[in-house]
Design a protein around this ligand. Structure first.
Ligand SMILES: Cc1cc2nc3c(=O)[nH]c(=O)nc-3n(C[C@H](O)[C@H](O)[C@H](O)COP(=O)(O)OP(=O)(O)OC[C@H]3O[C@@H](n4cnc5c(N)ncnc54)[C@H](O)[C@@H]3O)c2cc1C
Length: 494
């Protein structure tokens, strides 16, 4: 579909967790908003490929935006997740020292955290570490009770769905190619789906935010991609740790070190590594880094075996710090000083997930200062997610099946996802049909067999719902068809 004459007060480029948080925050005011996202769904950039940690804020240099917004984000995260029906667990974290000299680093981190107003930080000795985490090898640790975990993709989807419910327009599969500042001071935004105009543009394009900035202002920013690879462990290994387990971070590296993250769904993530790469879309996993992750694991958690690994994946940090320098630069959240009403978000690497809501508030403040926006009295902060059958007690499960027999049919055996949940995921408010989108919404295909059992059944449900030809069913966007057509003896349903 080609779109013409589409004018919005604000166009947000990028439907990651930050772009969607900005859309929701702006929808609290009377203003017309469009989100333009180049992929088929929200959150397919950095936002679905991270550790899902709601950092407490002690890792970041005092006085920086990263420190300030992370602490704010951490403190308001539980309420955000409650409003949006997104899983959240405050499980705490230990940063583990294995050598005497690392204890000095723990003390520095604690002092920095206290300066940043992080609550409850304590240095614990080996006996206390053993009590908290009996399987972790270490001589002391910094314990942070405020660190939490969430589901990064469910949060992004929930922010988008709530923004949509509050009047924001989402244009998926819509890639911004060019932006022109017009004489009347509006922007003309050219995309593969046609032209948009707007009074404001918010550049929230993650790894490509430098490219989008260059559409109006040459060579101002540069993003260097820095890849982090992960192993995902089977849920059977979940008993090995209770909290997030981190090593003492090494100065000058672009990550927090290979850590062990229990996810909301009871897998453990091992990673991420930290490697500057050339291409922003190179999401490969490599045997070299896989070996490194296993070596690091043996140092801290020798009980973890390679048999526990069910999958590997990678995410790419949007770094401003060049490879020759390493480390971190602060977030850039500012209106361009040469192009009026063009707001850049550059270098939103970790803790961008934890800070997404405060980042969004900052952006709205910038606009509000200039426009004095009127509140939207119809704004509804609440959104309901898909009810997880497996998490209900027996009586509720029985009542659900009586009400709707689709709850009585398990489609994904590993994750125990029912037909009802898959149908709800297929029927999602953003209208996304890719298999990966159904996976993120329902958890089907995320277990030990990685879709070996349920994939074909989900394809059948998709086909029935949308009358799709097999070759039109995609795994993740264009050119990812899994099937080539019908067998000659099969009856077509469409
Ligand atoms: C390995 C790793 C681990 C991390 N762990 C954590 C963590 O535990 N906790 C935490 O707080 N943070 C973490 N982060 C950081 C966090 O993931 C990011 O800060 C956050 O996801 C950034 O969101 P975003 O919306 O800015 O970017 P993205 O999610 O990348 O969104 C940008 C969007 O813009 C779209 N886009 C780009 N160009 C165009 C265009 N021309 N037209 C239209 N759309 C376009 C992209 O498709 C993308 O969807 C981690 C990051 C990595 C890489």
């Amino acid at each position: 579909m080609k779109i013409t004459n589409n004018h919005y007060d604000v166009v947000i480029i990028g439907g990651g967790v930050v772009g969607c948080a900005i859309a929701r925050e702006l929808s609290k005011y009377k203003t017309s908003i469009a989100v333009l996202e180049k992929e088929d769904d929200v959150g397919w950039g950095i936002s679905c490929r991270n550790s899902g940690v709601v950092h407490a804020g002690f890792n970041y240099k005092s006085g920086t935006l990263r420190a300030q917004l992370c602490v704010e984000g951490n403190q308001s995260f539980a309420k955000l997740c409650q409003e949006l029906d997104v899983p959240y667990k405050k499980i705490g974290k230990v940063v583990v020292a294995q050598k005497k000299e690392e204890i000095r680093e723990l003390k520095k981190l604690k002092a920095q955290g206290e300066k940043n107003k992080v609550e409850g930080l304590q240095i614990i000795d080996s006996a206390e570490l053993k009590r908290l985490e009996p399987n972790v090898k270490g001589i002391a640790a910094l314990y942070s009770p405020e660190t939490a975990i969430t589901s990064p993709y469910l949060l992004t989807i929930a922010l988008a769905e709530n923004a949509l419910r509050n009047g924001v327009s989402f244009f998926l599969n819509t890639k911004v190619k060019n932006i022109v500042k017009l004489k009347n001071s509006d922007f003309r935004i050219n995309t593969n789906k046609g032209e948009f105009t707007s009074s404001y543009v918010i550049n929230s394009a993650g790894l490509y935010s430098d490219k989008v900035a260059h559409m109006v202002e040459k060579d101002k920013y540069r993003i260097y991609p820095c890849r982090g690879e992960y192993h995902v462990l089977d849920k059977n290994a979940s008993w090995i740790i209770n909290r997030l387990i981190y090593p003492v971070p090494k100065a000058g590296t672009g990550g927090l070190g290979v850590h062990f993250t229990p996810t909301i769904d009871k897998n453990i993530l091992i990673g991420p590594s930290n490697e500057y790469i050339k291409q922003k879309d190179n999401l490969s996993t490599t045997s070299q880094i896989m070996k490194l992750l296993s070596t690091e694991t043996q140092k801290f958690l020798p009980l973890i075996s390679s048999r526990d690994i069910i999958r590997s994946y990678s995410g790419i940090r949007a770094k401003q710090a060049p490879p020759s320098e390493g480390g971190y630069w602060d977030f850039v959240i500012e209106e361009s000083n040469s192009v009026n009403n063009f707001i850049n978000l550059i270098g939103i690497e970790s803790p961008g997930l934890a800070s997404a809501q405060p980042i969004a508030k900052r952006v709205v403040e910038i606009i509000n200062k200039k426009e004095k926006l009127s509140p939207n009295s119809n704004f509804n902060p609440l959104r309901k997610g898909i009810l997880r059958f497996e998490e209900q007690d027996k009586a509720t499960q029985k009542a659900l099946i009586e009400k709707d027999p689709d709850y009585g049919e398990i489609i994904c055996r590993c994750e125990k996802v029912t037909k009802k949940e898959i149908l709800e995921a297929i029927d999602n408010p953003l209208g996304v049909k890719d298999l990966i989108s159904i996976k993120y919404r329902s958890r089907a295909m995320m277990g030990r067999c990685q879709g070996g059992y349920c994939l074909t059944r989900i394809i059948e449900l998709l086909r029935e719902k949308y009358h799709l030809n097999p070759q039109d069913i995609t795994l993740k966007g264009e050119h990812s068809s899994l099937l080539t057509g019908y067998r000659s003896d099969e009856v077509k349903i469409c």
